[in-house]
Write a protein that binds this ligand. Structure first.
Ligand code: NAD
Ligand code: UGA
Length: 472
């Protein structure tokens, strides 16, 4: 079976490389020549642990990369993995999917049967839209020469290879029996883990953590499209819930980490996605919750819980700022250091991160801001040119003359900062750890005034509404 993958981003690169590693001849196609050049030269165009090694191993053997859609006509399966960002109004922008569908239609093989797979996160009805575009541009017939199926992607950045090779479930929505059979065959190696030993050395698969085989779940196209949004929104709600519990823990003197642990022991609740943070962010949850909510409102069926999670998440960002305000008295003329610009560690993805909102608020309130991130600084800078901040290449430099330092992303390398040196550099040693990541390394013993979120500290808890402390 031959595969094309349209889009060489976080999903396309990982999906394409994974199928190539499983032995399928796979061509990744992108209009971004820098990304294709990187692939051709055996490099990953994105930072994702393990991906570089797997690309090096497969490129030129089973993996290929191309600027044009020529290879589409040779493919049995074509994945659409292009971006689906938000429009200014908060709905999904499907223009990249539409252009990809048109280009596929113009290059489709009229003599075979091709399965076109919507892997991008797209709203209910998009498979129908893609079908119409392909019929119009190719003159071919849905169900005869091609079929469009939905196969949403559930990978997390930073763990993408693990999630693609060892997923909990694979969801395929199809209204064509022939396409369903092809999809089942394509995924059979992942479902059975057949042949995994040949590359497990390079992707450090910890199968002990994944004892059960993935579930292969077939449904109709619309339900499959909905599963993706419903899942992301549910996860966002779960995080917002524990973050609200953390705020209440701060007020009452409980320990949110213990609360989360105690809750997670109930298998109905589960321990995952109960980590307290400054709020969820990134290239997926904000746009997907926004699209899901707007669609529900347009259908007069508002998902009020999703609306509340979105509101609660912004309040969580504000709450972190209010903690710093409570400690410093004011942000005006204060120097604040920020550790971490990406929405989570192990990725260079700085799209839509909580750091951009929090830094903007700090600047609006008169602070001077210095920042560091091990992988995401370049992308953050290119997306946030309006923020007048100092980028530091050494994390220690954000501490110099600072009145407060906030850790937003729990990069493991922050565990190894020379903390005595960091302490000496600060004007006022206030440290806000929004991930409770450094709670056990004795920062208070060095002299820092260390605060986490939802965990007791030696100063009075923050109960004042965030909005009353800062200019929103
Ligand atoms: P991305 O922005 O990293 O990559 C998209 C790529 O598509 C870009 O390289 C772009 O140049 C390319 N592209 C756009 N239009 C094209 C066209 N007409 N032809 C060829 N290439 C084109 O995006 P991503 O993060 O990989 O996300 C892709 C989709 O997958 C989105 O719908 C996203 O919601 C979904 N998703 C993302 C993740 C994630 O963790 N990033 C996880 C699951 C699902
Ligand atoms: C998320 C989903 O987890 C994936 O299943 C999905 O495929 C993807 O979105 C997508 O659709 O694009 P991702 O955005 O890579 O994956 O990152 P997550 O690990 O889910 O984290 C999202 C945000 O929530 C981050 O800011 C993270 O720090 C935060 N988070 C996560 C918490 O604050 N607490 C947690 O317990 C977990």
């Amino acid at each position: 079976m031959k595969i094309s993958c349209i889009g060489a981003g976080y999903v396309g690169c990982v999906t394409g490389t994974a199928f190539a590693a499983l032995g399928y001849r796979t061509t990744i196609i992108d209009i971004n020549s820098q990304r294709i050049d990187a692939l051709i030269n055996g490099r990953s165009p994105i930072y994702e642990p393990g991906l570089d090694i797997l690309i090096k191993k497969t490129i030129g053997n089973t993996l290929y990369a191309d600027y044009s859609y020529n290879y589409v006509s040779n493919s049995d399966v074509i994945f659409i993995a292009v971006g689906t960002p938000s429009t200014n109004g908060g709905n999904v922008d499907l223009s990249y999917v539409e252009i990809a569908a048109k280009n596929i239609g113009e290059n489709l093989n009229p003599f075979g049967f091709t399965v076109i797979v919507n892997k991008s996160t797209v709203p209910v009805g998009t498979a129908d839209l893609v079908t119409t575009i392909i019929e119009e541009t190719s003159g071919l017939k849905n169900g005869k020469q091609f079929a469009v199926v939905s196969n949403p992607e559930f990978l997390r950045e930073g763990y993408a290879l693990e999630d693609v090779f060892l997923p909990d479930r694979i969801v395929v929505g199809s209204n064509s029996e022939k396409a369903s059979q092809i999809m089942k065959k394509l995924y059979s190696k992942i479902v059975t883990r057949e042949g995994f030993n040949t590359f497990s050395d390079v992707i450090t698969l910890n199968r002990k953590c994944h004892p059960s085989l993935p579930r292969y779940y077939e449904t109709d196209v619309k339900s499959s499209e909905m599963i993706k949004y419903a899942s992301n929104a549910f996860l966002a709600v779960k995080i917002s819930y524990i973050n609200e519990v953390a705020r209440l823990s701060d007020a009452l003197g409980a320990n949110a980490l213990d609360v989360a642990r105690g809750m997670g022991m109930d298998s109905r609740i589960g321990e995952k996605f109960l980590e307290v943070s400054s709020g969820w962010s990134g290239s997926c949850f904000p746009k997907d919750t926004s699209e899901f909510l707007l669609t529900s409102q347009q259908e007069n069926c508002e998902l009020s819980i999703v609306a509340s999670a979105i509101k609660s998440n912004k309040e969580m960002h504000d709450y972190c700022i209010s903690k710093a305000v409570r400690s410093l008295g004011t942000l005006n003329n204060r120097t604040i250091g920020i550790l971490g610009l990406t929405f989570k560690p192990n990725t260079d993805d700085a799209r839509n991160t909580q750091a951009s909102y929090i830094i903007e608020m700090l600047l609006k309130n008169g602070a001077t801001v210095k920042v560091h991130d091990p992988q995401g600084a370049e992308m953050f800078k290119s997306l946030n040119g309006h923020l007048d901040i100092e980028y530091c290449s050494d994390p220690l430099d954000v501490f110099t003359e600072a009145e407060a330092v906030m850790l937003l992303t729990h990069w493991s390398e922050y565990l190894y900062i020379h903390w005595e040196d960091a302490f000496k550099r600060m004007h006022n040693p206030y440290f806000l750890d929004t991930r409770n990541y450094l709670k056990d390394i004795g920062l208070s013993d060095i002299g820092f005034y260390y605060e986490g979120i939802g965990v007791p500290s030696h100063k009075q808890s923050v109960t004042t509404s965030a909005a009353s402390l800062i200019k929103i």
